[in-house]
Every structure is written in C-alpha cells, then in structure tokens.
Design a binder for this molecule. Structure first.
Ligand code: GUN
Length: 301
C-alpha cells in the first residue's frame, strides 16, 4: 500500500479562506472585527518567525491584529500588567503569549493570567477542564491538536471514530494530552504512550490512527505502523543534511516518512502536514472568540 498524502498546506489555505469569508460576514452583520494580540518576549529566532506568520495571517483574514514585542529582560510583573490590559481591551478577542518564555518568567502564572474567554491557545485551566470533561463546544482547544483533528476527519471521511484504536505518542500539555481528549470525544479508543511505555512498537502497531508528538527525529518506523493506519506526524525536527551541502539542514518529523508511507493509508508529510494547520486554526479560534463575544454561533471548522 502507498499512503495518500494528507496535504496540510492546502487544508490550512481552505480554513483561512473560510475564516476570511466568515470574518467579512461578521463585520458586515455586527460591525465587530475579530482582534488578536500576540505577545513575544525575547529574541528566540524560531518564535519570531512564528509570531510574524501569525500577524501576517491575521491581517489576511481581516482581523485587527497587534503584536507586542518585549525585550528578553522584561519583568514578570510588566508582562502580567500587559496581559491585564489586553484582558480589558474590548477590541481584542484572542490573546496568545508565545512560548517558551525566558526562564525568569513563570510560564504557568502567565498562562493562567490570560482571561479564559480570550485564551485562544486553550492552555488556561478552565479550557483544559472543559476539554477534559467533554464541554468542547464551549472550550478553546489548542490549535495544533485542533488542526490534527481536521486532518484526521478529512483522511477518514468521518467525524465519528467509534471502534477505531488511536495511539498518541507523547503526553505534552500542548499536543499529546489535548489530542487524546479530542480523540476520546470523537469516540476513538485512546492510548497515550510516552518515553516510559514498554514495547512501544507493539502498542503503535495496534493503532488505526497513530499520532506522533514526541520530538524525536524519525522515531516511528514502518514496522511500528498497522497496515492501512492514518498517521499524523506532529514532529518538526531539524537535522543535518550533508547531502545538500556542508552545514545544511532539513526538517523531518517523528515518523520515518518514506517507509511508513508504504504501510499507512494516509500520512502527513513534514513540512506541509500538521505545521500549516496550527496558524490556520489559531485564526479559526480567534473568529470563534469574537463570535462568542457577540453572542453569535461560531462557524464549525
Ligand atoms: N510555542 C510553540 N507552540 C506554541 C503554541 O501552540 N502556543 C504558544 N503560545 N506558544 C507556542
């Protein structure tokens, strides 16, 4: 079997197009312009790239978009005070504080300071709790897991995963745990595996849906994959690529793509799979936040 390639770039473009249309409709019906504030502290180059892309995409969608760039030595109190200001700002419906933060700032404290109604990252305890108790319609769901679900529904051609075994490799708060909860809410039978799991290949080989979110280059091999499985690779790892020239690098996922594509029925590539979906879903979530504030039922993505 050769897997079909799940095109995250094309799907993300469709999500952004729909967000743009629905935003224009919201503005013409209510005058409300969805607003997003992205906060970045310090000079981490990867974070700067992500934040620039988020701002660019927000403009494309027709949002009111603010980016706050704060220096590395920003005090925790100053960041908390900015968040408080954004919490009170009626023009802002979504707040995202780019992680990681510098070490002298307590990440957990910052995450909990964002108003749950504007927490488009879905990291606040209130939103984590809603997702964990099945209150998804009222929650904000983290963007990468939400994007993975869109891709899985597309690959499987259905929304109800009853009878399917899903294995999530990785138990992070940002990806592994929320994906597991979303899969459970879609009626899949879910296993979360991680670095302390015994005989990982035997567990993954039982998965109809396999999600890799461990951050280890090409760890999932072909003989770990059940024939016909849907494979979602959340990993983005930069490795040396001497074949491209001295000092060159390339991006790979947590899945050994070429060999697993021979076994799976559908698979996400890296790059071009899950990655582009994250920002697209952030736009969808920000529109959702604005609709909820306006008392309008948000579009479903
Ligand atoms: N850094 C890497 N991924 C994320 C994310 O999903 N949200 C935020 N706020 N920061 C990140």
């Amino acid at each position: 079997m050769t897997a079909s390639i799940i095109d995250g770039k094309a799907t993300a473009a469709m999500v952004v197009e729909r967000v743009t249309l629905e935003t224009a409709r919201l503005i013409s019906n209510t005058g409300i312009v969805p607003g997003i504030a992205v906060v970045i502290v310090g000079d981490d180059p990867a974070s700067q790239v992500y934040v620039r892309s988020k701002g660019k995409r927000a403009h494309e969608c027709g949002f009111h978009s603010l980016t706050h760039k704060l220096p590395e030595d920003t005090k925790e109190e100053a960041l908390l005070s900015l968040i408080d200001e954004l919490n009170q700002d009626d023009k802002i419906h979504g707040i995202l504080v780019q992680l990681p933060l510098p070490e002298h700032i307590a990440e957990a404290k910052i995450i909990q300071a964002v108003s749950p109604d504007k927490d488009v990252d879905g990291f606040h305890f209130i939103n984590v709790g809603k997702l964990g108790t099945g209150e998804i319609a009222n929650a904000f769901v983290p963007c990468t897991p939400a994007g993975c679900m869109v891709l899985m529904r597309q690959a499987l051609g259905k929304e109800d995963f009853s009878g399917l075994n899903a294995v999530v490799v990785g138990r992070s708060n940002i990806v592994g745990k929320p994906i597991a909860n979303l899969l459970l809410a879609a009626n899949a039978t879910v296993t979360i595996a991680h670095s302390r799991t015994n005989d990982l290949p035997a567990i993954t080989a039982a998965a109809d849906i396999l999600v890799a979110a461990v951050g280890r280059s090409e760890m999932i091999r072909a003989d770990w994959v059940k024939p016909g499985a849907v494979v979602i690779d959340v990993g983005i790892n930069r490795i040396a690529a001497p074949e491209k020239g001295e000092g060159k690098t390339r991006l790979v996922g947590d899945v050994a793509y070429e060999e697993c594509a021979e076994v799976a029925s559908a698979i996400t590539p890296v790059p071009g799979g899950v990655g582009p979906m994250t920002i697209a879903m952030l736009m969808a979530t920000t529109l959702t936040a604005a609709c909820r504030k306006a008392g309008i039922t948000p579009p479903k993505f």
